[in-house]
Design a protein around this ligand. Structure first.
Ligand SMILES: Nc1ncnc2c1ncn2[C@@H]1O[C@H](COP(=O)(O)OP(=O)(O)O)[C@@H](O)[C@H]1O
Ligand SMILES: [Mg+2]
Length: 255
């Protein structure tokens, strides 16, 4: 019958061919091969345990040959999830021709590595980047008393410590804006880890330089998030105070 699908076609739609189709898990064939390469090259020796499994990435605690602990962030090869991030790479002078498909995820990984490096170099506390390859990023492992460092949202700290964390975060925002000329872009209590008595910024793949067309909007959102979170933890700051602290022209925000 015209237009009617044959049984063969229907089956084809349901049967996924291993090695070609991307499944939900991170360890698709390409990722396994890449992990193998990183192990062969000595960048990673073992993967101990998963720390987090998100929609876009899985993060593992690993170790290097000499026993140095590392965090291994593996971006999922799922172009549907990453498509929405395309705009953060477009408009970034470091990525002139943004590739499509799986290569775009590789660019995304490289971007997070490069962002970590520039932030780290300028004294913003972030995990020190160690290496990257394809969709895998290897960085300093942040811990807290033999456990992976907790997110700010999960720590139970007193008023004085909360003020201290807030002050540090504002300092990082100031360095980022004034010296690095960059905005984190996804700043919140979910992307701040507490380790060795300091807050660290993580998850910087979407961070962009201030010449990016969406930079001001992202900065506005970061400021709102920070004011909201610390406000709800009895550290009252206003958006105006944050803008003044980081040296941002208020009119920029109103444009
Ligand atoms: N360098 C690190 N050291 C320890 N834990 C980390 C590190 N980087 C990420 N994590 C853990 O993995 C989680 C997810 O990482 P993140 O970069 O925020 O990815 P996403 O939010 O995109 O899944 C974090 O909330 C944190 O618990
Ligand atoms: Mg995150």
């Amino acid at each position: 019958m015209p237009g009617k699908k044959s049984r063969d076609d229907l089956l084809k739609e349901r049967i996924h061919i291993p090695g070609r189709k991307t499944y939900e898990e991170v360890f698709d064939k390409r990722t396994l091969m890449e992990l193998y390469n990183l192990m062969k090259d000595g960048v990673i020796d073992i993967l101990d345990f998963p720390i987090s499994t998100g929609k876009e990435a899985k993060v593992f605690k690993g170790e290097q040959k000499d026993g140095t602990p590392v965090a291994v962030k593996i971006m999922r090869i799922n172009t549907a999830v990453f498509r929405k991030y395309r705009r953060y790479i477009e408009g970034d002078y470091r990525f002139k021709d943004v590739p499509r498909g799986v290569k775009m995820i590789y660019s995304w990984t490289r971007k997070e590595f490069s962002n970590l490096r520039v932030m780290h170099k300028n004294g913003v506390r972030v995990p020190e980047p160690i290496s990257f390859s394809k969709n895998i990023l290897v960085m300093e492992y942040l811990d807290h008393r033999d456990f992976p460092a907790p997110m700010l949202k999960d720590v139970d700290i007193d008023q004085e410590d909360m003020e201290y964390v807030c002050k540090n975060i504002l300092d990082y925002m100031e360095i980022l804006y004034k010296e690095v000329n960059m905005v984190h872009g996804d700043l919140s209590e979910f992307n701040i880890l507490i380790s060795k008595s300091y807050p660290y910024l993580i998850d910087v793949s979407q961070s962009v330089f201030m010449d990016h067309p969406e930079a001001i909007d992202l900065l506005g959102r970061d400021i709102k998030n920070i004011v909201r979170y610390f406000g709800s933890n009895n550290v009252d700051i206003t958006e105006e105070e944050v803008m003044e602290k980081i040296g941002m022209d208020k009119e920029l925000m109103e444009m």
